[in-house]
Design a protein. Structure first.
Length: 359
């Protein structure tokens, strides 16, 4: 079988309109140089069409990237993606680039997934923590600076989304708004991307930490209060999803559940979005469980104190370590080909191949 390397983009669902349970139609973007799996050719649309593929379309992509020995172009081991990043912390991805903050370095950085030299997006930021991106801008919080900032992805000057904030930490975006949590101020706030009036989503949220969104709700953790909360985006009263969650920190959602880390309890938890349901543990004995990422039916997180990067089903089960001996792993993010994380004390951004590790 021909060996396939380089960047491939998997196209599913809406393009071919076919999903037959365990067999589905997939397409992989191609060029004359990259070619296609055996028996297929790169058509005039720039696609390799694969009909009736067994398993998921991600499996098809992985198969297309394997060589004739059945192994991927990378090994199943953590790889340095960017080094000498002073206190690497927050992390975000788009289709082509990786973005992160450096806590001690006071910078917001960018590097193409294909590699190269890291590029500073902003410097002289006072303890930048979270970072998020949309189609046109990069956004970040500066915890000690009391600011929420943004800059165009194209070269430009950083501008303030909000100033005089009390230790802004977590950050999330939807199509119209920027949301953030003020940890010392115990508030969750939002502002339109057109920079209209700043609105209070919730107050009296002791140690408001991380924020995440779905189509209808805002969700957040409050690390001091030990609570997991939500409120409708439109208006309303905050609802407690879980309490007595010591050090509630990272949070992600899917269509049915909310997932979070209780850092001081060393647990990763979940609860159905259905009102009145009870939280349950995904994993226990996770030393300093910190930041979470989700992809389909897989959950990923960093164990900051234990120096581990973990993977688990989104249902309760046995977690699998993907990396050990890490120096204070913190931020984490995933795309179709790699899992990325930051090492705060290792001053490094790392990644591991999904294809090589089989997840």
């Amino acid at each position: 079988m021909k060996r396939f390397v380089g960047s491939w983009i998997l196209v599913v669902g809406s393009l071919l309109g076919c999903d037959n349970g365990s067999f589905r139609d997939c397409a992989i973007a191609c060029t004359a140089a990259s070619g296609c799996p055996d028996g297929l050719s790169c058509n005039t649309e720039g696609l390799c069409r694969i009909t009736g593929a067994a398993g998921s379309c991600q499996d098809v992509l992985d198969d297309a990237r394997r060589d004739d020995g059945g192994t991927c172009e990378e090994t199943c081991a953590a790889q340095d993606f960017a080094i000498a990043q002073d206190g690497a912390r927050g992390l975000a991805l788009d289709a082509t680039d990786v973005y992160w903050t450096t806590e001690q370095g006071g910078t917001v950085m960018r590097l193409a997934k294909a590699g190269g030299t890291p590029e500073p997006i902003a410097t002289a930021q006072l303890l930048p923590l979270s970072v998020a991106v949309d189609a046109t801008h990069i956004y970040w919080t500066a915890y000690d600076g009391g600011t929420v900032m943004r800059r165009t992805k194209a070269p430009g000057t950083a501008e303030a989304v909000a100033t005089a904030q009390q230790s802004p930490n977590g950050l999330a975006l939807d199509d119209t708004h920027i949301y953030w949590a003020n940890q010392a101020g115990s508030t969750v706030l939002r502002r339109t991307k057109s920079l209209g009036t700043i609105e209070t989503v919730a107050s009296s949220q002791s140690g408001a930490s991380r924020v995440v969104l779905d189509a209808t709700h805002v969700y957040w953790t409050a690390v001091t209060a030990g609570t997991v909360m939500r409120r409708t985006k439109v208006a309303g009263t905050p609802e407690t999803l879980a309490s007595t969650q010591a050090g509630a920190r990272g949070i992600v959602v899917d269509s049915s559940h909310v997932y979070w880390s209780a850092e001081d309890d060393d647990t990763v938890m979940r609860r159905s979005k259905t009102t009145g349901t009870t939280p349950e543990p995904i994993a226990t004995l996770q030393d300093g469980a910190r930041t979470l990422a989700i992809d389909g039916d897989q959950l990923f997180w960093t164990n900051r104190d234990g120096g581990m990067v973990m993977r688990s089903p989104t249902t309760p089960g046995t977690p699998t370590p993907l990396a050990t001996g890490e120096l204070t792993p913190d931020g984490i993010a995933i795309d179709a080909t790699h899992l990325y994380w930051t090492e705060r004390d290792g001053d490094t951004v790392k990644r591991i191949s999904r294809c090589a590790c089989g997840f």
